[in-house]
Design a protein around this ligand. Structure first.
Ligand code: GLY
Length: 581
């Protein structure tokens, strides 16, 4: 995972070590929480993002009279400058909005496959997956048509306050690109690696790696080409990216490097509004992302299966709870592989999959003391597991509008390609398709024919911005996460931690998690997150664990307290900050 070798992760490890010592001294009846950290309080409003500078941009917009949607747009554009690992205008994502009047809206601005893409485009003539340049992971052919600006345009026009102009929302990001920002140590570490994909592309190496004379903590990173691009988008609107000079520059650079995206692809890109998925867990309405996110469906399926158990009584990280949760995850992810893909290409059985009756039937095969091998649930192979990077941010304004936005370049810094003269880092989202249906992608996820590459199709995603209501129907908390498929287990366990374990929102996202995704047939776990006794017990049930624990999925969340105070939580696994007022 991205922060593993940085000062940030060392601090994190020390903190978890101290915490686990403290916890082990306490009586066993005390619920085991990863943290007693309190969330950040804001009387009026709150923004939580993976880069503090971006959270502050959001607060500025709110203080100027913008609503949560205005702030979310400005934060997203600022992150494209100050968090190039995942913040972007060259990628895509999902925005979940719940307005103060109770209406929910889901904006899908996921990337689309270029028109020239086809099912076997990432397979060589010997039937082997292409690696390196030309693959679905690295270089010009790895990018889907970006959706971020088209998505933000819909959000602005339909759900913005109308009090601030588009120009005002773009300005903070443009200024950050012009003036530059000072790098923290973790980010200098991210940028300054000769092994990074950034090193493989001349333009990326020049801008982000200072041509190999890496930037250090405290150095200024300015991005003049990106500032000019943002200036054009600011003056001419989001469509400039899709049909103006920027579009022409993207298409020309793609053509010069055997890339796939053409001017036509950009002109034809469309962000879409989808009907949010609504489920219910122990009387709480869960509003979450529909396909092409797989996350909403899988989370609701798993929650439905968990409802049959008294998870609270099982206690936080008992073998009993992890057995049930692992088995529910295994079944949910298996369905993901078989059924899910772009809903514009396949009739998708969403309603039956999230039906409580289906969960009853699916969950009935769960054995409390015996693992169900994934091979008996469906076919697959054991793949490797790669790093992941996405970013989520959450905004609640003073009126009670909530926005949870997850967007991404896929892997950290995406395909590594910066389009010449534009400063735009491009995604490698084509890897979220099943390049070889039935075989694992970069996240180790196995996916079926429904998620095969087809021109103008959207790849399946795990990004799952989610909003949970109190039993009386008032908004309670919004949360989302980065981290590939571990997004799904992060959101799931965040919800369970609040509803079943009654944690505060900060504890709920900090607490150690597990992750099982059907294949590989193994439980991922976090350092200090599971006791050796619990692990042994689960192994005696037949559960397998990865050799080494690893941190995953950083989340951001905001809860609205009963007194109306906004409670912001930035995951201790990721950088960034909750900023409220
Ligand atoms: N690129 C990660 C996801 O969409 O799930």
């Amino acid at each position: 995972m991205k922060f593993q070798n940085t000062g940030f992760s060392r601090r994190l490890a020390t903190c978890f070590a101290a915490l686990s010592l403290f916890v082990s001294v306490l009586a066993a009846s005390v619920p085991i929480n990863a943290s007693w950290r309190e969330p950040v309080r804001g009387k009026n409003a709150m923004v939580v993002a993976d880069q503090e500078i971006a959270s502050k941009v959001g607060v500025e917009i709110l203080k100027k009279g913008g609503n949560a949607v205005d702030a979310a747009i400005a934060v997203g554009l600022a992150l494209a400058v100050v968090f190039p690992e995942a913040g972007n205008i060259g990628g895509g994502g999902f925005m979940m909005i719940r307005t103060k009047d109770g209406a929910a809206h889901a904006i899908d601005y996921r990337e689309m496959a270029p028109g020239a893409a086809s099912r076997d485009i990432y397979v060589d003539k010997n039937g082997k997956l292409i690696t390196g340049e030309g693959s679905s992971l690295i270089g010009y052919r790895a990018s889907g048509v970006p959706g971020t600006l088209a998505g933000f345009e819909i959000a602005f026009k339909k759900y913005g306050s109308g009090k601030l102009t588009w120009r005002e929302l773009v300005e903070p990001a443009r200024l950050l690109a012009v003036k530059g920002f000072r790098l923290e140590s973790w980010q200098a570490g991210d940028l300054g690696s000769p092994r990074s994909v950034l090193a493989k592309n001349d333009e990326s190496k020049r801008i982000f790696q200072n041509n190999g004379k890496y930037l250090a903590e405290g150095d200024l990173l300015a991005q003049p080409e990106l500032a000019q691009t943002l200036g054009r988008v600011q003056r001419l609107g989001a469509r400039e990216f899709y049909s103006g000079l920027t579009a022409k520059m993207i298409a020309a650079d793609m053509k010069a490097h055997n890339g796939l995206i053409t001017l036509d692809d950009l002109k034809n890109y469309q962000a879409k509004e989808r009907t949010p998925l609504i489920g219910n867990y122990r009387g709480h309405q869960i509003i979450t992302m529909p396909p092409p996110s797989s996350g909403g469906v899988v989370i609701l399926q798993i929650l439905n299966m968990l409802e049959a158990y008294d998870v609270r009584a099982m206690e936080y990280n008992s073998a009993a709870k992890y057995q049930v949760m692992t088995e529910a995850m295994r079944r949910g992810f298996a369905d993901r592989a078989v059924y899910m893909g772009d809903p514009d290409f396949f009739a998708f059985p969403v309603a039956p999959l999230i039906d409580k009756k289906y969960a009853e039937k699916r969950g009935a095969t769960i054995d409390l003391v015996k693992a169900t091998p994934s091979s008996t649930i469906g076919p697959g192979e054991v793949p490797g597991y790669e790093s992941m990077q996405t970013t989520n941010y959450t905004v609640v304004d003073s009126a009670g509008n909530i926005v949870v936005n997850t967007y991404t370049l896929n892997n950290g810094f995406g395909s590594g390609v910066t389009i010449k003269g534009t400063g735009i880092l491009m995604n490698n989202e084509m890897d979220d398709f099943a390049a070889q249906p039935g075989k694992p992608n970069g996240f180790g996820l196995i996916q079926g024919e429904r998620n095969s590459v087809q021109p103008r199709k959207r790849p399946l995603s795990s990004m799952t911005p989610t909003i949970v209501l109190r039993k009386d129907g008032t908004p309670w908390f919004g949360l989302g996460a980065q981290g590939g498929p571990t997004i799904i287990s992060a959101i799931l366990q965040g919800i369970v931690n609040v509803i079943d374990h009654q944690m505060n929102i900060q504890q709920a996202i900090d607490a150690p998690r597990i992750h099982h995704q059907w294949y590989p047939d193994q439980i991922l776990y976090e350092p200090f997150g599971i006791s050796p006794d619990t692990k042994k017990l689960l192994e005696s049930y037949g559960q397998k664990f990865v050799g080494r624990p690893q941190y995953f999925a950083g989340a951001t969340a905001i809860m609205i307290g009963e007194d109306g105070v906004r409670l912001g939580a930035e995951d201790s696994r990721s950088p960034g900050a909750a900023v409220g007022y």
